[in-house]
Write a protein that binds this ligand. Structure first.
Ligand code: BG6
Ligand code: MG
Length: 220
């Protein structure tokens, strides 16, 4: 029986991908690396340091910086990102999210956040939905980021539920892989191509609906 929903943040509840992209682009430029939106797709869902490593590898500069310098570079990106997200407000909730969360609360579902973002708690506050969540997985305490299942397994544990009692919602391939590996039903938001490994998907958050998700689980 389904008792909880575990949400990704970026790209599911609000669209911060563009801000992450702009902040990374600025840093990459300083390092002499040019990235575009197509490249940015592979940064979705993965941690700050993993993103930096992918950018450096893309620019053939993986060995150009020490560990300390890399931490400094990641900090620099985050400072720029934080400047860009100061204006996030409840108006930035993606279409249908408010209604979907109200449905879940009405159905007594427990809610957890499983985001790789260390800015997650601040963004939930700015979106005005922090109170709806029973728990937030701390990404700083993870041994392995998505696609490893650890973050969704922890989310279920923090809700005092088993993975089978939870549904994970994600927009990134790495996130869907993480949910599936946690033995949890995966709901994707995205194109058929990008969401082909999800147990079910919608192309738009406006189509997220509690009853139709439950119907899909029964059909399995
Ligand atoms: C994920 C984003 O949710 O969080 C990634 O999809 C981002 O793009 C990651 O790199 C880490 O975010 P932050 O805010 O801790 O740098
Ligand atoms: Mg995401």
């Amino acid at each position: 029986m389904i008792k909880g929903f575990i949400f990704d943040l970026d790209g599911v509840l609000t669209d911060t991908a563009e801000y992450h992209y702009l902040a990374w682009q600025e840093l990459a430029k300083k390092m002499g690396i040019s990235i575009d939106r197509v490249f940015n797709e592979q940064l979705k869902g993965i941690s700050r340091m993993d993103s930096l490593e992918r950018i450096l590898a893309y620019g053939n500069k993986s060995d150009a910086y020490t560990k300390e310098e890399k931490l400094q570079l990641a900090d620099e990106k985050n400072e720029e990102y934080k400047k860009l997200i100061t204006k996030i407000s409840p108006r930035d909730l993606l279409p249908g999210i408010k209604e979907f969360m109200a449905e879940l609360k009405q159905a007594d579902m427990k809610l957890a956040l499983a985001s790789a973002s260390k800015n997650g708690p601040d963004i939930l506050n700015q979106l005005g939905i922090a109170d709806l969540f029973d728990t937030i997985v701390d990404p700083a305490a993870l041994a392995n980021g998505k696609p490893d299942p650890e973050i969704f397994i922890k989310g279920a544990k923090q809700l005092n539920l088993t993975p089978e009692e939870c549904i994970g919602v994600e927009d990134a391939k790495a996130g869907i892989d993480s949910i599936n590996a946690a033995d949890m039903f995966s709901v994707g938001v995205g194109t058929p191509e990008s969401m082909k490994f999800a147990d079910m998907f919608v192309v738009d958050t406006a189509q997220l609906n509690y009853a139709s998700i439950l119907a899909n689980i029964k059909d399995r």
